[in-house]
Design a protein around this ligand. Sequence first.
Ligand code: ASP
Length: 319
Amino acid sequence: MLDIADSAPAAAAPSTDRWPDRHLLDIDQLSRAQLEQCLDLAVELREQRSRRSAPRLLADEIVGLAFCEPSTRTRVSFQLAATSLGAEVVDLPIEASSVTKGESLADTLRTLERTGVTIIVLRHPMSGAPYHAARSIGARIVNAGDGTHAHPTQALLDALTLREALGTLEGKVITIVGDIAHSRVARSNLHALSMLGASVRLAGPPAWVGPFASWPGVQIADRLEDAMAGADAVMTLRIQFERAAAGGVPTLREYASRWGITEERMRLARPGAPLLHPGPTNEGVEVTAALAAGPRSLIGTQVSNGVPIRMAALALLAP
Ligand code: ASP
């Protein structure tokens, strides 16, 4: 059991049983109760962090950040999450590490482990790399995004953001728009949202949504307008050019005119329905700048929720 008690009333304390798995690789390894436990713990830790009284749950841990792809939000928030809970953090600059001399990923991570790192936060361009790392080394692995496959902590922070905006996800309709095929965010969200009782509609160029036709509980809309009609929330995604997504659309202008989220299209969703985007956004392509900065946008809240969600995930995984 983790000890997170401070002056907060005991009745409000979330369950603090550690997750049974040693690694966080994707959402599908969690039960609904474990997922909700993470959201509840994040709420508690967010409150404690705002009062500068976050418990030192990771005081005995050294967290290694091994990012083999660019990152702003995820890297910074894992760093702050770990230090807020009292961990030491080693940020390995992969571009200046022995990987550039030909060392394998497993050997590089093993080196981190031998220096005392107990939890490794890994981002990698190859789908499955964190699974390989989890089999190869003793430290705990947290998947911070692997290729097109999974981004579990993004899905957790999205679930928290949506739960707080909508009250519950049970029975809600969440529309996800854009480059689903290459998006690890979309895949992890499909698991999380359906686990929490939401139904998911997908819309985007056929080459990017077609592969999900058989995904349980997912509806694919041919027209963006059909996907938006009556939606409780809308999430749009960046085109993953670095993952060869460019072939899916003729031009960006055409993409924006057919699949870009505008004020007018948002009016088709339920009144007040929020807009989410995992960032970084390409304003004018997947969403207008005015909408991204406007009152319906939860993009900033998603970023802020990244720290407490990663605090909770690290705490629930710690040895
Ligand atoms: N930041 C998210 C990710 O790493 C989304 C994106 O890059 O489009 O997957």
